[in-house]
Design a protein around this ligand. Structure first.
Ligand SMILES: *Cc1c(COP(=O)(O)O)cnc(C)c1O
Length: 404
């Protein structure tokens, strides 16, 4: 069978120890996330960017750098190659004429979690897992439930009662088992770990507790580079919750440099959080390498309500190593940015993505961003998943059957 992947092993992100990639794995013995490593020399000699350009427009175009070995195991709904949109009006308003948005609103399930789910579920199925189980703030659970259904796997999802209601419906409609938890994502995680310990064939696929979700999210980094003609932007802003996306983009950038597909300086990576839950920003401001959970975490940007991320040290590494920064914006600021962007550009983005737009404005004002910088904001999902962020008032009735 031709090996679709150049995956070689897993590596402990804290201690660098080497682990078998071809059995089901959780975290490393040190309790840290495991990172997938590839035979990049083999990848470099088996594929070129020019060949990739001719492949179908989904994230599997980078399959040599993804963990699924047998193409028949790929579970896909066409995810990936989302638009990298110029934002000329918003950019002019913010003083950033080279502002771009990687728009993940246009992906199955409506949020970029589909990338992690596609790759994570495919690899789990390949390794013989029968069902996946995870805590979620909503979007990840919805995506994993949908991809598990497509793969014919079971799914057990636990989410806070406050998570966006639409994601409950996505979990239910795809036939997964759903539990609501009166608490935060960490509370849901404890219940899931307990259930998995009692069920055979279930894998705990919590954030960074399995290695392959990160690999799916990594493709955002590959796509940004490919869409710019194999070139990196100056800055990438990312709405950071569990931090998988920013860690993954950093990993993609490192791989592409090692492959020789990218040259020049790394883009500066910016971790954006909501003021109501900003452990990474607090740690960055204090010059620390790990974070502390804030008291009473809350924000409308539910996908980034993660008080204590398992991979916090990797997020902070990505920021420090690239000369980036970390910024918190208030819910008022991010909602104002969301509305302004829809008026300027016609795109209704999720509050998490809007946090990045607000942060870009803030960083331009402070002078951290220069007017000449090419800046990519990540919009991680569609505004349609968050209907309550917009109030359509007053209702406009066509009175007496006439529109003036
Ligand atoms: C999960 C989520 C995030 C945060 O993602 P991480 O990669 O875990 O930091 C951001 N935005 C949305 C819409 C999400 O669902």
């Amino acid at each position: 069978m031709p090996d679709h992947s150049t995956l070689s092993h897993l590596e402990c992100s804290r201690e660098g120890t080497r682990h078998d990639a071809d059995v089901v794995q959780g975290t490393s013995p040190a309790g840290a996330p495991l990172l997938a490593r590839y035979d990049l020399d083999r990848a470099r000699s088996s594929v070129t960017p020019a060949e990739i350009a001719g492949r179908p427009p989904d994230l599997w175009r980078y399959h040599e750098l993804l963990p699924v070995r047998d193409p028949a195991q790929v579970v896909t709904m066409g995810e990936g190659m989302t638009p990298l949109l110029p934002l000329p009006r918003a950019g002019a308003r913010l003083g950033l004429p080279r502002l771009l948005m990687k728009d993940e609103g246009l992906i199955p399930t409506g949020a970029f979690k589909a990338r992690g789910a596609a790759v994570g579920v495919s690899r789990a199925a390949e390794l013989g897992v029968r069902a996946v189980a995870m805590p979620t703030n909503g979007n990840a659970g919805a995506a994993w439930a949908c991809y598990a259904a497509r793969a014919g796997l079971g799914a057990l999802i636990a989410m806070p009662v406050d998570a966006p209601e639409i994601t409950r419906r996505e979990v239910v409609v795809s036939g997964a088992e759903l539990y609501l938890v009166d608490g935060l994502i960490g509370d849901a995680g404890r219940l899931v770990a307990d259930a998995v310990a009692r069920r055979s064939g279930y894998q705990d696929t919590s954030t960074l507790r399995e290695p392959y979700r990160l690999e799916g999210k990594k493709t955002m980094g590959y796509e940004i580079a490919e869409q710019l003609g194999w070139r990196a932007p100056d800055v990438i802003l990312y709405p950071t919750g569990g931090g998988v996306g920013i860690i993954a983009i950093h990993k993609a950038l490192q791989e592409m440099r090692e492959l020789g597909w990218l040259t020049g300086p790394m883009p500066r990576l910016v971790a954006v959080q909501a003021a109501g839950c900003a452990p990474i920003v607090d740690a960055f401001d204090a010059g620390l390498r790990t974070s502390e959970a804030p008291a009473d975490p809350h924000t409308v940007a539910f996908g980034i309500t993660v008080p204590k991320a398992l991979g916090d040290f990797l997020v902070l590494d990505a920021v420090y190593a690239t000369g980036g920064t970390a910024v918190a914006v208030t819910d008022d600021e991010l909602l104002a940015a969301q509305h302004a962007l829809a008026r300027d550009e016609g795109t209704w983005i999720c509050p998490e993505g809007a946090a990045c737009v607000a942060a870009a404005g803030r960083l331009r004002e402070s002078g951290w961003l220069d007017g000449g910088d090419e800046v990519v904001v990540l919009n991680t999902g569609s505004g349609l998943l968050y209907p309550d962020t917009v109030v359509a008032e007053p209702p406009v009735l066509a009175k007496d059957g006439i529109i003036p």
